[in-house]
Ligand binder design. Sequence first.
Ligand code: ZN
Length: 223
Amino acid sequence: MEPTDLLEQIIENNRKFVGSGGGGDADDLVSQKAPVAYIACSDARFNPDALGSNLQFAFKAYNPGNAFTGYESLASMEYTVAHNKSKLLMVIGHEGCGAVNSVVSGDFRNEEGSLRVHLDVLYNQLRDYIEYGEKQKMDSHFYEVMNVDVQVRNLLRNSPTVRDAVERGEAMVVGMMYLLRKGSEGKLVVTNVNGKDDVRSIKKLVPKGTPVERGYANPMPFY
Ligand SMILES: [Zn+2]
């Protein structure tokens, strides 16, 4: 498909969506509401519509590897906590993440420009896990889960706005994995809550029946 065909398709998709009421009406749109906020990987295999109606529901930040490597994504989370009073903040990683895999394999060194800078920072954030994982022969899922732990920590440690909201009990930070493996395609599992990264502690903090799955303990827990 040519870019112009894609543009035509986008305009048509939006026309149909708005025509079916999905865009809301002017009364709904006077101000923003976003009880939920998340950072997720930009990967096209993650479908944010699966989480609920996007309209007035979620404030979103995306980048390769769902990582807080600069100001932008952290600023998104701080904005929505300060101005929308978002209560549920999620870090959503996924299986088969190209960004995490390229950082682990070293392939990121072949990238250029801003992508290289972003992945360099992510490499430094994950370096201890990469060294550990090489020794222990861990698979890619290990690094993807650890990256979610690291990003939850980044959010809590590097943002006083978010940390204060969590400490006051006004917000909760949840790390999750979006599974792509056969038989679990699209399943969301909780892997971290407010920095707690062991299944027993997590289960005390989430509603009964919430899928909690880690697969790996964090060899270097934060709390
Ligand atoms: Zn990814």
